[in-house]
Design a binder for this molecule. Structure first.
Ligand code: PGA
Length: 259
């Protein structure tokens, strides 16, 4: 069986001052000494990327943008391109987060353009999908996820573009920032479904290699159980990534498991 390296990613959203951001990185660096076999990533606000890169230094922590435009440059007031993210030394970019979709009206068609643009540039997209509570209660979860995947990765499907490095994230909207986490079984069921979708639309090789992260109220107390599921390859963490000690505990989830 192919071994997928777990990733713990912190999505800072619109939080932290520059000083707090640099201090947080320092705490993470000090806390993850000796941890092996886990990729660590942070996604700071755009204005913090330069300072965060300095703080990251040679620690190997990956840095992502939280969004980007699909064009390389142009008259798009308030937008940032993938190339700009790369110049700011980002290796990854979060795309299609539910806050972008719901609060800013981003459509799956736009996410699709962004995913394609990021991939062409060599930025690794972290593509988010997830259902609302209403949709879950109406038994539409799989249908919603399938449609989001079909539309948000449409260019991938058409051009067979999906690379094994692509990262997907399942983030049930009802679990984000609510303190209400999907149970490990609920999450596993959808992760399995997503992997099945990759297999159906691409091939078994990609399905075995693409990492699928879980997001939605991940914290030190629930990370080990989530990570024990076969198709959960890491976490996209919001609130608990803003505090150094809790984020470090999440990164060190394997020790929590044994102790
Ligand atoms: P949360 O956010 O951990 O605060 O629920 C997760 C996310 O939005 O990525």
């Amino acid at each position: 069986m192919y071994e997928r390296k777990p990733m713990i990613a912190g999505n800072w959203k619109m939080n932290l001052s520059l000083k707090e951001a640099a201090e947080l990185i320092k705490t993470i660096r000090n806390g993850i000494g000796g941890v092996e076999g886990v990729d660590v990533l942070v996604a700071p606000p755009f204005t913090h990327l330069g300072r965060v890169r300095e703080a990251i230094g040679d620690s190997g922590i990956f840095m992502a943008g939280q969004n980007m435009h699909w064009d390389v440059s142009g008259a798009y007031t308030g937008e940032i391109s993938g190339r700009m993210l790369q110049e700011a030394t980002c290796t990854h970019v979060i795309l299609g987060h539910s806050e972008r979709r719901i609060l800013f009206g981003e459509t799956s068609e736009q996410v699709d353009l962004k995913v394609k643009a990021a991939t062409f540039l060599g930025l690794i997209p972290i593509v988010c999908v997830g259902e609302t509570l209403e949709q879950r209660e109406a038994d539409q979860t799989f249908e919603v996820i399938r449609t989001q995947l079909d539309l948000s990765l449409n260019n991938f499907k058409a051009d067979e573009l999906m690379r094994p490095s692509t990262i997907l994230a399942y983030e049930p909207v009802w679990a984000i920032g609510t303190g209400r986490t999907a149970t490990p079984a609920q999450a596993q069921e959808v992760h399995r479904f997503i992997r099945g979708w990759i297999e159906e639309n691409f091939n078994t090789g990609s399905a075995a290699q693409v990492r699928v992260l879980y997001g939605g109220s991940v914290k030190p107390e629930n990370i080990a159980d989530l990570m024990s599921q076969p198709d959960i390859d890491g976490a996209l963490v919001g609130g608990a990534s803003l505090k150094g000690d809790s984020f470090v505990q999440i990164i060190r989830y394997k020790e929590g498991q044994s102790g």
